[in-house]
Design a protein around this ligand. Structure first.
Ligand code: ZN
Length: 254
């Protein structure tokens, strides 16, 4: 029963993530105007705006003008719901779950904005960093240590900044954006000093494999740019998800 509730909860947060992804980078308000079709601009009724369900009922088209709705909307909604569910199975109802869920929403939004526009808005990366520092007192992964949170952020950020700096010197072009550095710094506040390097290693690994795969199937050329942000985001989540099986787990006692 709780599982269903968590899943539906995740779907609605995914729907919220969609709004942020489509509006925040353009400086548009997240609350106003209400959801509307990007083509015919007609407001979308609440019953046509239910996550995933409405997309299926409407056959992926606007009720009014029949313009195709991007498959990305239900994808983000389902992805968020699945992460919420998996988080619940792993952490139970706990402080860790709450931190994990907020972290996931941020990372989903950041990843999709990076995929669309190849930028990571400062406002998101810095908010995440502040939340990471503030929640460090409740985060068993870093032994509730604010100092470890701060170290993870500083060293992760400085290290990736150096890599980006050297890369730019060697290849004479930007190989990694400042956004990636800020994202890793933000992730460091959740993972601490050791784990942020583990996350970076995983990010390079899956990023490398994905890049190679895209080149092999002919989707990308060697010189093409593949945003690194989503790989950092996935890796931060993986490490946060896999590491906290320890006696420090704080659970709510009902
Ligand atoms: Zn329309």
């Amino acid at each position: 029963m709780v599982e269903i509730f968590i899943f539906i909860f995740g779907l609605f947060f995914g729907s919220f993530a969609n709004v942020v992804i489509r509006r925040l980078p353009y400086g548009n308000s997240i609350v106003k105007p209400a959801s509307h079709c990007p083509k015919c601009l007609l407001p979308i009724k609440w019953k046509d705006n239910l996550p995933v369900v409405s997309f299926l009922i409407l056959g992926g088209r606007c009720r009014n003008c029949k313009t195709k709705i991007s498959i990305e909307y239900p994808t983000v909604e389902l992805l968020t719901a699945l992460i919420f569910l998996v988080g619940y199975f792993n952490f139970g109802i706990s402080v860790n779950l709450l931190i994990f869920l907020i972290l996931s929403i941020f990372l989903i939004i950041i990843s999709f904005i990076d995929l669309h526009l190849r930028i990571i808005p400062d406002m998101l990366a810095i908010s995440l960093l502040i939340f990471g520092l503030a929640s460090s007192f409740f985060n068993p992964l870093i032994s509730f240590s604010f100092l470890n949170s701060l170290k993870g952020s500083l060293f992760g950020g400085v290290f990736l900044y150096s890599v980006a700096f050297l890369g730019a010197k060697i290849y004479k072009k930007e190989v990694m954006g400042g956004g990636d550095v800020k994202l890793l710094a933000a992730g460091g506040t959740f993972l601490g000093l050791k784990n942020i390097f583990l996350a970076l290693l995983i990010a390079c690994f899956i990023g490398g494999i994905t890049g190679l795969f895209l080149i092999l199937i002919g989707n990308k050329k060697k010189s093409d740019f593949i945003p690194f942000g989503p790989f950092i985001a996935i890796s931060i989540l993986i490490v946060f998800f896999l590491r906290p099986q320890n006696p420090f787990l704080i659970t709510f006692q009902p």
